[in-house]
Write a protein that binds this ligand. Structure first.
Ligand code: NAD
Length: 481
């Protein structure tokens, strides 16, 4: 095995207390290539204690000094962007160029953005005659962050950067499916001498390490990104101790394409939104709703684009789609395609595994898949698949499009394609989603509130929302009389 990962606890690289290891697989080859410590509740206890002891000094630092530490980490990460991109590509199976152009640069931006934001985050004063009334925003103490496998470093940094910037100490648990870049970041933190205990990483299984973090009585808040099923469990556990929670969960996002949609960027963007990262982005548009006069032309063009996509080795510059992340996920996505067929769906392209050969002959590759002929209420159109699989449905009127868009238990994002600005505004107001894009997709500004409604989550991340989540408001009123 080429790689043995460690936890980062109190500034030290440590193996699991229990001495157990998990295998980490390379999705492109189907082979194990690294070992990750299989953490336990006792590793979590050590990390929480280290964070608790580090909190008084870290939270007392001026915001500018905390920002300087976070920026040092960003600089160190930026200097190693190629190494991190290669590691992320190998661990997730995503094309190297995607990791190089999106995941790792965005992780650097997350760090820099929240370092800067912390220096601008002020207390509020509520003036009234004869009264001084102000609201402090104080860090919580030790906070837990739990992240998924689809954008490993991108989402890990998106959570711990605001937590640290606001003055908290962090225990982070990356996904056991893709633990490598979080471990590498821990190594960078050690290299630059990041204050010990402020930022800890405990590797291991969700049901053990994640659950121990959620249940630990000294952990004041949990910021979680992952599936709705696990999010609900976490909400239940946190509810019992009234722990603050931020939950970013699953999606089943609609792309609404009207006949008047401006054509210039339409197909390029819709194809990206359907299949980027093999459809394994919570924001991917997996339900394509198309106005009837344009339906046939759009469907044929989409299928031609999907068929032209290169599914293959993530290291190959011509690859558009790498494998899906794991054997378990491959089996799940293939079962979803079988279900779609059983529900009466017509598979227009894809629908099968791909064997690129060579070093990738045993990898978990699935062809981009487009399915039509299914109604809004079936499982294929209401349950999250999280793979390179999209469905097509036709509509006539705005009301019909809206009803289809809202016909799932999820409500993360939607994108609307139309030249009619009035229609865009009306729909944006009524679509049940936390994020709506018009004539674009995944156009993200880190200052904006990010999160979902319905089964897609609770709370918002990004900008001030994140800093408010990671602080407690305390109102102080003084009568000057
Ligand atoms: P998952 O829920 O299986 O796991 C997410 C994390 O939770 C992992 O680190 C896992 O180890 C941990 N975990 C599992 N059980 C736990 C428990 N009982 N207690 C504490 N932690 C536990 O999700 P996944 O398969 O890694 O990721 C895919 C899901 O994430 C999809 O549903 C996707 O939509 C969602 N996602 C949402 C967003 C968003 O911003 N809304 C972003 C990315 C991914």
């Amino acid at each position: 095995m080429d790689l043995r990962l460690t936890h980062l606890i109190n500034g030290e690289a440590r193996s699991a207390d229990a001495g157990a290891w998990l295998e980490v697989f390379e999705p492109a080859t189907g082979q194990a290539y690294a070992q990750c410590p299989e953490g336990s509740a006792s590793d979590i206890a050590d990390a929480v204690e280290a964070a608790r002891l580090a909190f008084p000094a870290w939270s007392a630092l001026p915001a500018a000094d905390r920002a300087a530490w976070i920026n040092r980490l960003a600089d160190a990460l930026e200097a190693r962007v190629d190494d991190f991109a290669a590691a992320e590509s190998r661990d997730v199976g995503k094309p190297l160029a995607l990791a190089r152009n999106l995941d790792i640069p965005r992780a650097v931006s997350n760090l820099r953005f929240f370092a800067a934001a912390a220096t601008q985050f002020a207390s509020e004063s509520h003036g009234a005659p004869g009264i001084v009334n102000y609201t402090l925003r104080q860090p919580l103490g030790v906070v837990g962050i739990i992240s998924p496998w689809n954008l490993p470093l991108y989402l890990f940094t998106w959570k711990f950067a605001p937590a640290l910037a606001a003055g908290n100490c962090v225990v982070g648990k990356p996904s056991e499916v893709t633990p490598v870049t979080a471990w590498m970041l821990g190594e960078l933190a050690r290299e630059i001498g990041f204050p010990p205990g402020v930022f800890n990483i405990v590797q291991g299984r969700g049901g053990i390490v994640g659950q121990a973090l959620v249940d630990h009585p000294k952990v004041k808040a949990i910021s979680f990104t992952g599936s709705t099923a696990v999010g609900v469990r976490i909400a239940e556990s946190c509810g019992r101790s009234l722990k603050k929670t931020s939950l970013e969960l699953g999606g089943k996002n609609a792309t609404l394409v009207f006949a008047d949609a401006p054509r210039a960027k339409l197909l390029d963007t819709v194809v990206r939104s359907a299949f980027l990262n093999s459809g394994q982005i919570c924001l991917c548009g997996s339900r394509l709703l198309v106005q009837r006069p344009y339906y046939d032309e759009f469907r044929d063009a989409l299928v031609a684009r999907a068929q032209a996509m290169v599914v293959g080795d993530p290291l190959d510059g011509s690859t558009n789609l790498g494998p899906v992340v794991s054997k378990a996920h491959f089996d799940k996505v293939m079962a979803c395609i079988a279900l779609a067929r059983a529900e009466g769906g017509r598979v227009l392209c894809g629908g099968e595994a791909v064997a690129p050969g060579g070093r990738c002959r045993d990898g978990w590759f699935i062809a981009p898949t487009v399915i039509e002929g299914l109604g809004p209420g079936c499982r294929t159109n209401t349950e999250e698949i999280f793979g390179p699989v999209v469905t097509l449905q036709a509509f006539d009127t705005d009301e019909e499009a809206l009803a289809l868009a809202n016909a799932t238990p999820y409500g993360l994002s939607a994108s609307v394609w139309t030249a009619d600005l009035g229609r865009a505004h009306r729909l944006a107001e009524r679509i049940e989603a936390g994020v709506v894009w018009v004539n674009t997709w995944m156009n993200r500004d880190l200052r904006t509130p990010f999160g979902g409604v319905k089964q897609s989550g609770l709370g918002r991340e990004g900008g001030w929302e994140a800093l408010r989540f990671f602080t407690e408001a305390k109102n102080v009123t003084i009568d000057l009389g």
